[in-house]
Ligand binder design. Sequence first.
Ligand SMILES: NC(=O)c1ccc[n+]([C@@H]2O[C@H](COP(=O)([O-])OP(=O)(O)OC[C@H]3O[C@@H](n4cnc5c(N)ncnc54)[C@H](OP(=O)(O)O)[C@@H]3O)[C@@H](O)[C@H]2O)c1
Length: 295
Amino acid sequence: MTAQIISGTEIAKQIREEMKQEIAQLKEKHNLVPGLVTVLVGEDPASQVYVGSKVKTCDALGIYSERYDLPADTGEEELLALIDKLNKDPKIHGILVQLPLPKHIDATRVLCAIDPQKDVDGFHPVNMGKLMIGEPDYLPCTPHGIQQLLIRSGTQISGAEVVVVGRSNIVGKPIANILLQKKEGANATVTVCHTGTKDMSFHTKRADILIVAAGKPKAITADMVKEGVVVIDVGVNRIGKTAEGKAILCGDVDFDSVKEKAKAITPVPGGVGPMTITMLMLNTVKAAKLAAGLA
Ligand SMILES: NC(=O)c1ccc[n+]([C@@H]2O[C@H](COP(=O)([O-])OP(=O)(O)OC[C@H]3O[C@@H](n4cnc5c(N)ncnc54)[C@H](OP(=O)(O)O)[C@@H]3O)[C@@H](O)[C@H]2O)c1
């Protein structure tokens, strides 16, 4: 069996087309333009690329954007004062603080300072708690993107054995919580593996849906999965550079061998990555609608 490739690039394109129409209607009918602000502290090149593509996507969709690029030595109090100002700015519906923050800044304190209504990353404890009890305003972007990849590729989620490798707060824990809810597009039996798991293969081999977010290049090999599994590879690992100096990327799954056993699989790049930014835009539109009493 050679797997169907689940293209995040294509699915993200579909969702963006749907969103463009909704954004145009919000403007026409309600004079409402969703607004997103990005806040970057320091000069981490990968973070600069991520922020750049978020701003570009806002422009392409008709979302108003503002960008704050602050020096690496910005103090925590200064950053908190900026967030306080943005919390009160009616043009801004979503606030995104690009992680990681420099070590001298307490990231948890900063994320908790964002008004939960403007927390379009979905990382504020209020939004994490709402997700857990099945009443989310915002789903965190990468896990939401994963759920959409499964739904839009026609994968049966209800009743499936889902195994998640990784328990980070941004991917593993929230995707496990999303998929175990008693809801459409969920209702799965979920197992979460991590470095304390005794026999990981025992679990991964049982998976109907395997979601891997470990940050370990090609850690999942063909002998660790069963025939017909659907694989979502969240990992983005830089494993070298091309002659032109471009990063060579690979996922956490050994794509070439696993695709021969899987029913469907996401590529890296072109799988989960494009969905994450798209879901950020979706949350920004939702934030604007919530602020205007339209959702
Ligand atoms: N495409 C996207 O939009 C996107 C978004 C977010 C992240 N990512 C990528 O996804 C990957 C994971 O990122 P993250 O931030 O979720 O993870 P993270 O914070 O680095 O945590 C990794 C998790 O994987 C577990 N783990 C690591 N090695 C393992 C192993 N050999 N066996 C079992 N579990 C193992 C760790 O277990 P312990 O808890 O026991 O340490 C931890 O829970 C990274 O490559 C990242 O770049 C991609």
